[in-house]
Design a binder for this molecule. Structure first.
Ligand SMILES: C[S@@+](CC[C@H](N)C(=O)[O-])C[C@H]1O[C@@H](n2cnc3c(N)ncnc32)[C@H](O)[C@@H]1O
Length: 249
């Protein structure tokens, strides 16, 4: 074999497997294009925020868990949705919509004159949702591929932003809530539905739970004010904030 060809073959096949290989030889090439979910100027993802650990994003391949049969019994989803007091004609955002379990529900509540903005950072989740919308002939939902810092919502357009089991996954929680606040109409609401960290009987890993105090502490740095905490669900808090009035409103 030509010695030059032999050297190339060795570098390509063997060096990447050897942990002691010099870094410059095994360094992966930079991607030609940046994924849509990663804007050009992204601060590094956080692993901790204001004293809590941030959870890993739930992978789209595990999305079956979101539509499991026992969900209604375990989480009392019907009661949760009633507490939102959604009105026909409203614009509601299902932020971190996943495969659309709540999106489709909200679409019925806002009716033909309202709309649901369904945001997620995983295109595969939005694809499942889009297929369901087509099968059910639902036309008042707009899927939006957000980024990890920006849900890409139109400014001052949304009455209610709902996050069910989502906020604790944000690796840029500050930037996300800043952007969400800009998207709210005056006195619009942001609702957090989070598993109760205070309750050891809730059978969910601690990193996927939040205390009410922690959510309120984090929101104290944001242009929203606490409105109410509703404790009617078996496992989750419903924590409601309103956008603070700004001088132009
Ligand atoms: C546990 S799932 C909950 C899905 C849905 N809310 C439900 O209750 O059925 C969390 C979802 O949040 C999404 N997510 C995580 N970080 C996000 C971000 N910064 N912006 C939008 N979605 C995000 C994930 O991709 C995932 O689909």
């Amino acid at each position: 074999m030509d010695p030059m060809y032999k050297r190339i073959l060795f570098a390509a096949l063997i060096l990447p497997l050897v942990s002691a290989a010099p870094n410059e030889l095994i360094k992966p090439k930079a991607p030609a294009t940046r994924p849509a979910t990663q804007p050009a100027q992204v601060p590094p993802p956080l692993t901790h925020y204001m004293g809590r650990e941030i959870a890993q994003t739930m992978h789209w391949q595990g999305a079956g868990w979101l539509t499991r049969e026992e969900r209604e019994k375990e989480e009392d989803c019907t009661t949760m949705v009633k507490q939102l007091k959604v009105q026909p004609g409203q614009t509601v955002c299902d932020l971190g919509a996943g495969n659309g379990f709540y999106t489709l529900w909200l679409a019925k509540l806002v009716g033909e004159k309202g709309r649901v903005l369904a945001v997620d950072i995983q295109p595969e989740m939005l694809e499942v949702l889009t297929n369901k919308m087509a099968a059910l002939q639902i036309h008042n939902v707009r899927p939006i591929l957000g980024t990890i810092t920006d849900p890409r919502l139109p400014p001052r357009s949304v009455d209610l932003i709902l996050m069910v089991d989502v906020y604790h996954e944000f690796d840029h929680p500050f930037e996300m809530v800043q952007a969400m606040s800009r998207a709210l109409k005056p006195r619009g609401r942001i609702v957090f539905v989070e598993f109760r960290r205070e309750d050891p009987k809730v059978p969910i890993k601690d990193v996927h739970k939040m205390t009410e105090a922690q959510v309120r502490k984090e929101m104290a740095a944001q242009p929203v004010e606490w409105s109410e905490t509703i404790e009617v669900l078996p496992r989750q808090h419903i924590i409601v904030f309103k956008k603070k009035a700004d001088k132009s409103e």
